[in-house]
Design a protein around this ligand. Sequence first.
Ligand code: HEM
Length: 506
Amino acid sequence: MASFFQHNVLRIKRLPRQLLGINPFTGDSMPTRVPIFSPGSGRPTLPFPHPWNFSQPISILETYFWGADSEQGAGKHNRYLDVPGFAPVLVTRDPGMIRAITTETGDREGQFDRDPLPSAGIARATGKDTLLYANGPSWKMQRKLAASPFGKTTLFQPEKFQEFAATFRHTIAQRLSALRDHLAGSGRQTLRIQLEPEIKAVMLEMLTNNFFGAGIAYEEIRTRYVPALERVIDYIVRDTVLNKLGIPVRKFPNLTSGMAQAKQHYARFDHLTDLVLDARKDGKGLWKQFKSDAPDEALRSNIKVFLAGALEATTSYASWAISHLARNLQAQDLVYQEVKDIDEYTPETLDSAKYFGQVLDETLRLTPSLYFLPRKATADTWIATSDGRRMFIPQGTHILLDIWHANRHEDHWGITPTGFPAIDFAPERWAEMAKRGLATKETLHFGFGHGPRVCPGKHLGQLEVGLVVGAMVKMFRFKADNPNNPAKAGVSTKPWDGTLVDLKLR
Ligand code: HEM
């Protein structure tokens, strides 16, 4: 109630300034205003999601920076929308600002929140009390609980690591062998295949069976749970924009066959969550690292976030890496030289595959899985970048940290700073940057976020993606037909063609 009251007071307070068109931001790094309508400008779409453009979120972000390259000041990389009656929206593709805002996101008084607005559909599918959606003390408490099973010290503790790498490798080997047999059985030299569904199934299998210890049959994963999760994730994106009443899908009446199907997919997602929680009783997988007496019901929402979120992010990351290597055969051969003799995956052997590491970094830079990070100002806040630029952000501002465009801009990642054009896939830029003494903490690609809300699944995700992509390169040579590699985007980004490649056995 108090926040409803506070929200309306804020709304009334900012109205006169909004009607006069006064910039709500101040400081020496002022963002510039984006008009709601801009007829004849050639802008790709309107600067907010609506039923006709929500399936092209990258275009919405692009709209904010339409014509911005001709600006001289901070407006080149910082833009805002201010519609009377609504809170201002700030969109930044300035890595210094992104770093300052992610560093200042947390549970302390006046720090930025993770903006729940773009995750409303996710929260309706999983529950609100999750690491991803919650803010303040509830988020902090869940963060502490997740630290042990996901932490680097757990996953990379030698004994634990061997156990994981072995089961992951076994799973991947089984799935890739099936592909190999399919190719050999076809009597052909090459097999044209969309790899995204294969990657998705193996990622979900590793998560449910190897990480959480639930023994679900692969066929069930592939034919029952992956399609259900795909549909749920699809509804999540639609639901965020279109479901203004905020009614969860399971409460909808079965008015259409589509609605009945949606409910069936949500029920399967629930069932998958039950199977994962069942493994907890026997302390299987990493459950034994999870030191909490919280009842299963209290964990349900977070498990759903892990299942749906991790599946999306790891599939996106691995699909992009394979997609880039399929268009850069020289890079693929260099990775092959590094992984061809690696049989044992240990932190040391993985570390020794330096070029492969750069390929993975370059993948997350150029094609980040999570392409924007949402934040909200909980109070009037001054932020400062590490090079001393300051911006005042008023309370209530919705902030979109536009990772996609920050990572593709010449100013930040182009020839002058890194030796290679920003929009090229060039793993060599990382060696060049190291040679130039550019500290990695100064040149962040934000692929796993930054600051207190950095991805807790980073080490698990890196391990899974490294093993899947490494095993693919070791067994097959793969080539894309189309040199272009555009993105489709929903909860995460993925190659538009479903990672279509021609596979050939090595
Ligand atoms: C390997 C691929 C992955 C990528 C690229 C990725 C990326 C990210 C990014 C960028 C964030 C920051 C969001 C923000 O700042 O607003 C994030 C947060 C998060 N990730 Fe990941 N992630 C990956 C894998 C995983 C896995 C495997 C899990 C869990 C099993 C996971 C669970 C989470 C959770 C729960 C959060 C929210 C953390 C918080 O707000 O405190 N992620 N991820």
